[in-house]
Design a protein around this ligand. Sequence first.
Ligand code: CP
Ligand code: NVA
Length: 301
Amino acid sequence: MPRSLCQITDLTAAEVAEIFDLCAKMKKKEIAPRPLEGKSVACIFTKASLRTRVSFEVGISELGGKPIYITDNEIKLGQRESIADAARVLSRYLGMIMIRTFKHSDVEGLAKWASVPIVNGLTDLVHPCQILGDYFTATEHLPKKDRYKVAYLGDGNNITNSWLNLASLIPIEFRIGTAEDCRPDPDIVEKAKANSESKILITDDPKEAVAGADVLYTDVWASMGQKHLYEEKEQKLKKFQINSSLLEMASPDAIVMHCLPAERGREITDEVMDGPQSVVFDEAENRLHIQKAIMVFLSMH
Ligand code: CP
Ligand code: NVA
């Protein structure tokens, strides 16, 4: 079975380091591998996307491949035919498959049955490419620190779960400021806590989460597929907004991150998002570099 990236814990810590090394070298244009030369790569989207779609299509082209954009209107994954059959058919045409969809089990099903690598471009459970890129971005901005204190404020969602997955592999202090019933996946929390080198805190006090933090991170309060819950979530999460007064409680050289798209004025203020500590557009750029590194890594293993 080929290697796939369904979630960060599909990798070892050494493999994450290898991907970061490839990413840094490709970003600096020290290397320009073309492992997808002569191959087509499906980019399947059953949810909206700006960054993931464009960065994957550009990245696939830069690695020599041809991206094929597919929406669920055409393939109706798991409805017209089983995931297993779709995986086996697609494998006969393609060199790799990237997919963004709702159910994480659909991505795992593709990875089980496909004979080409699968890359998860976001599910309801996790968004591995985002957090690998974000950690890489943090290392660029805070090169002298290690075991970052990362404060995530807001909804316990696919982004939070992916930070927890990273904490299973890489030592970080990950503090989650959220409401009682917006907490991340309990199994993923337990797995992260099993890494004794990381420290996990879940609190309903935003100040406790942020005190002395190196990284302040937030995401929309209602994710794709949950927008109908927005008002309910907003009531519970509004005290976790990243604004200037909260930022003052972080480390003086703290960076502010957001995976984007942002709902400005809700989970983050304009002042912070456009302020000097914000690295949100570096994160967006690094999606391209990290995904290229992931695709090179999967092509080699
Ligand atoms: N951050 C991110 O994945 O953005 P898109 O939803 O626009 O792809
Ligand atoms: N949690 C958000 C992330 C978007 C990149 C969502 O799933 O909609």
